[in-house]
Design a protein around this ligand. Structure first.
Ligand code: HEM
Length: 142
């Protein structure tokens, strides 16, 4: 149940973070005004869905046999590459990614110019997105 939720919300979280990234990149490149209603809302939705997905992931980690259980059963050194992806690489990479997206969101609030706001979201959400996509268990997901 919680694993299915993690699986479905992943689509939504990735789509919203991608949208926020594209929107910020567009704003940065065109030099348009940062609109509180539109641009702030899209960026906020990105960080919020990503946090939600992260929290569900932490629960999945302790509920699924492929998370902490797998790690504690065989030990780090004996995990197969598939098992290592789920029990180690996916969670740690997403921890870094969620930290980056959060930094991008906080920095945009302190930025003094509209261009700097767009830059903060585009840069940090963009790097976060690349990290997440690099460690998605694609073969078992889609
Ligand atoms: C925040 C961004 C995250 C995204 C976009 C994401 C995405 C996914 C996807 C797409 C799957 C495959 C689901 C399936 O097979 O149907 C998955 C599985 C998994 N995720 Fe995440 N995840 C994230 C964060 C986390 C975190 C932070 C943890 C742990 C601390 C975690 C632990 C797991 C585990 C253990 C599985 C395997 C579950 C199983 O097959 O039993 N995820 N994740």
């Amino acid at each position: 149940m919680i694993v299915s939720l993690h699986s479905y919300i992943a689509f939504l979280a990735l789509a919203v973070v991608l949208l926020a990234f594209i929107n910020a990149l567009n704003g940065f490149l065109t030099g348009r005004e940062f609109q509180q209603k539109r641009d702030r809302s899209i960026s906020l939705a990105g960080v919020a869905f990503f946090h939600l997905q992260f929290l569900i992931g932490v629960i999945v980690y302790f509920v699924s046999a492929k998370g902490f259980y797998a790690l504690s059963e065989v030990g780090i050194g004996n995990l197969s590459s598939e098992a290592r992806l789920l029990a180690l690489e996916h969670p740690t990479t997403n921890l870094i990614a969620v930290a980056l997206v959060t930094i991008g969101w906080s920095r945009h609030k302190k930025a003094s110019s509209d261009k700097a706001k767009f830059k903060s979201v585009a840069l940090f959400y963009g790097i976060g997105l690349v990290l997440i996509l690099s460690r998605i268990p694609w073969s078992q997901w889609v």
